[in-house]
Structure formats: C-alpha cells, structure tokens
Design a binder for this molecule. Structure first.
Ligand SMILES: [Zn+2]
Length: 173
C-alpha cells in the first residue's frame, strides 16, 4: 500500500485525478476553490436580484395609469361638453390634471428603465405638464377658449401617455 496515497477527486475542468484538498489543479492550473465559490455566488446573486426586481413590476405605474386614464378622460369630456363659462373652474380642473400628471410622470420615469418609449414620454410629459401648470397659475385670462386649451392640451398628451404606461406596466408583470 502506498503511504503517500491521499484521498483524491477528479478535476472538474480536465478530469485528471488530483488531491482532494487541492486548491489548484496541477494539470490544467484551474483554481478549484475560486471556481467553487464562483459557482455558489451567482446563485445567491440571482435570488437577491429576484427580490430586487419585485418593485420593478411597476405596480405603482399600473395603478397610477389606470387612475390617470379615468381622471384625464373625465376632465377632457367634462371640459368639452360642459357649458360652464366659469374660467376659474376650467383652470381649476386643468390644475388638478397636471398636479396628478406631474407625479405620475415622475413615477413612470423612475420605473421606465430601458423602456425607451415610456422614458421619453415621461420626460416630455414632465416638461409639458410643468409648463402648463406654470401657465395656468400665471394666467389671468378670462378667455374661456384659452382656459379650455390648457385642459385639452394636458389631457391630449396625458391620455396616450397613461395608455403607454399601462401597457408597459402590464407587460412587466
Ligand atoms: Zn485540471
């Protein structure tokens, strides 16, 4: 019996018989301990990234886009069919629309990730809604058409934007 005989294993890379505790294969020079830990870490990372991906399911975008579609459609329809001549009321509706649309754009932008259409629409929306908000707050118009213009422009952008956000958020689930 060979006294030098030690417990052996086969190198996972080249298949040569090597010492059980060897850290490096003497035949192919592969680092065995490094490779073993490399083998474990990706599994841990994947379970961590799975947990990290859960917020990316865009639930907040989905909920906000559904509320948005309802809010924007109703204010657009109301603005177009109502016979109100109260400019302040129409401006008030417009401000409600953009005060919802601005945080909605921010939430959509944060969750857009690599969804370019949503990202671009969120950025344009953020700029447009902010400008409309400033315009409405600064406006001292008594012109009904002008007041309605703010509401219509805001909603004509906000509605398709909400639909895109909703579709993207459904796809992400
Ligand atoms: Zn080897």
């Amino acid at each position: 019996m060979n006294m030098n005989e030690v417990e052996t294993k086969n190198c996972p890379f080249c298949g040569e018989e090597i010492a059980y505790g060897a850290k490096k294969c003497k035949y192919c020079n592969e680092w065995l301990d490094v490779k073993e830990s490399d083998f474990r870490e990706p599994m841990m990372e994947s379970s961590v990234s799975e947990m990290a991906e859960k917020p990316k399911k865009m639930t907040s975008v989905k909920v906000m886009s559904i509320i948005g579609i309802v809010l924007f459609s109703l204010t657009l329809i109301y603005g177009l069919v109502s016979e109100t001549e109260d400019v302040d009321e129409i401006i008030g509706d417009g401000i409600v629309v953009v005060l919802y649309a601005i945080p909605f754009s921010i939430v959509a932008l944060v969750h857009a990730g690599k969804r370019m259409a949503l990202k671009v629409m969120s950025i344009i929306g953020l700029i447009l809604f902010s400008l409309l908000l400033i315009g409405m707050l600064a406006s001292e118009t008594s012109d009904l058409e002008e007041a309605l213009g703010f509401v219509v422009i805001a909603n004509l952008y906000a509605i398709p934007f909400s639909i895109v956000a909703l579709v993207q958020s459904i796809k992400s689930n």
